[in-house]
Design a protein around this ligand. Structure first.
Ligand code: PAF
Length: 282
């Protein structure tokens, strides 16, 4: 496994693989790798000849400077996991390499995909995600890129970016991975203590409530309202949103949730740690 810090060197290594007619799979991350990332690497490994992993904590996608500062860094463990999963190249650029001293990014408007939910509560977040993913896609120029379905709205944004600007690249959405207690795996989970983790389990439980309401055909709006009231009464949970959406457009589904692609989504701050989760309900 080779680690590379410059775009130029990365491109020359990838060019070398291309001359050997090898397919390239790309897994972009911000590090602090967990079993969710491991499954992305395994899926990429199964589908492509060469696997490229990037580790870059992208400053432009953090709307909260405190969140950026406290983002976990576990480089040694990340490299061990990458090597164990058979990654060929790890791209670890610094901010200068990716942004050349200019951290301003263009606003992105993909309609409700960028405006609603994460777009509304984390102003500018998707502008930063699109800016860095575009730069990474240009640098790696992979045949396929792999993203987790935990960040479902991000996946919708990236699918749109790819369809407009990288039409030959396959975007592969990979299933969300949960810990045994049901908590969706996230790099941020290591900032939760035992009590925080218990409180965080409400997120997957609420998704379960919505899923059951959907299966039983009961009133989803009433279930959503019940969850909002319950959350308001729990100390140290600040519910940002809970809703049912179309997973491609991120338009809110009201009444017509019995259509394919309906997903329940939730975001909350638990003890100051921002968590998101989702599940298909139809
Ligand atoms: O999902 C992430 O880890 C990041 O948002 C991504 C796609 C690597 C861009 O920084």
């Amino acid at each position: 496994m080779e680690t590379i810090a410059s775009v130029e060197k990365l491109q020359s290594r990838i060019e070398h693989f291309r001359t050997q007619m090898l397919t390239v799979g790309f897994v972009p991350t911000m590090g602090a790798l967990h079993n969710g990332h491991k499954s992305l690497l395994q899926i990429a490994r199964n589908q492509c000849d060469v696997v490229v992993l990037s580790i870059f904590v992208n400053p432009t996608q953090f709307n909260d400077p405190q969140d950026f500062k406290s983002y976990p860094l576990t480089m040694d463990e990340d490299l061990s996991m990458a090597s164990a999963e058979g990654v060929d190249l790890v791209f670890i650029p610094n901010v200068q390499e990716m942004y050349g001293g200019n951290l301003s990014v263009d606003p992105v408007d993909y309609g409700s995909i960028t405006k609603e939910y994460e777009g509304l509560t984390r102003k500018g977040h998707f502008d930063g995600v699109v800016a860095i993913v575009r730069k990474l896609f240009q640098a790696v120029n992979s045949d396929a890129s792999f993203f987790g379905e935990k960040d479902l709205q991000q996946l919708a944004v990236i699918r749109r970016l790819a369809s407009e600007e990288f039409p030959n690249m396959k975007i592969v959405g990979c299933p969300l991975v949960r810990d045994a207690d049901g908590l969706a795996m996230s790099s941020r989970n290591i900032r939760l203590d035992a009590n925080g983790r218990n409180r965080a389990l409400n997120l997957s439980r609420w998704l379960g409530v919505l899923r059951i309401a959907a299966v039983e055909g009961s009133d989803i709006d009433a279930a959503l309202e019940g969850i909002r009231m319950e959350a308001a009464a729990i100390e140290n949970i600040d519910l940002e949103y809970v809703d049912v959406v179309d997973s491609t457009t991120f338009a809110t589904r009201r009444g017509e949730w019995k259509t394919k692609g309906s997903h329940a989504i939730v975001a909350a701050n638990v003890d100051g740690v921002r968590l998101i989760d989702n599940c298909a309900i139809h």
